[in-house]
Design a binder for this molecule. Sequence first.
Ligand code: TPP
Length: 234
Amino acid sequence: MTVEVERKFVCDAEIMWKLQDIGAKCIGQRQFRDQYFDSPDFILTLKDFWLRCREGLWELKCPAVSGTTPDNDTETVCTRYREITSLPLIQSEVSRIIREHTAEGSESNSSQREQIDKVAENEDTEICSADDTKWLNDLNLVCFAEFKTERCSYTLEREAGAVRVDLDQADFGYCVGEIEVLVPEGGDMNAALQRITGTAILLHCEKKVKGKMDVYLQRYRPEHYAKLLSAHIL
Ligand code: TPP
């Protein structure tokens, strides 16, 4: 399993020149549509889990750092998420989170619990295709955000390894840059944080900025956004 370490930055008109100046190579441009899912009462995102389908590929981003308040700047501007991309693993992890949440409260009934358990054990889903939505219905998951992104990707070779830079333009009128390093399980997290900070300094892009989802929810899902803000997720 890999951990995605990422820092977002303001994507201004000069950014492409700055990337060229520091020797970053453009590795392609593509467009994709993202759909994000959660329960109607936001069980996943209030725990900082992000379930996404991007062009038929599923991904679950899970918080990779415990809830302690970091005291150094590098840590606060970089996010770290463990990424799960295997659908059966995603299904069992999501049903575990929902099951645990449901066990904490008293609002569930036994048939709801049975459905959740079925998805966890993968009983009904083994022979399903990736676009099958039955498991989403069984877990009562609904799409809360959907948007398209036009992405230009760059790679920059640093002493300790490559750094990826993505320039994203979302179809709801928001642009953001992302500096990203993937750290394999047990890899050197501090080195990755340093490579990202070093790149942000080289690009003169040290100002903290909102992500696409932040802006999307604030605009189109204010109730959800307010809940995430008060839970200190966004
Ligand atoms: N980014 C910041 C700066 N703070 C956060 N709390 C999050 C992200 C949490 N978060 C919100 S939406 C989302 C996550 C992990 C899923 C999309 O992640 P992102 O890396 O923005 O998507 P991508 O670059 O893959 O489009």
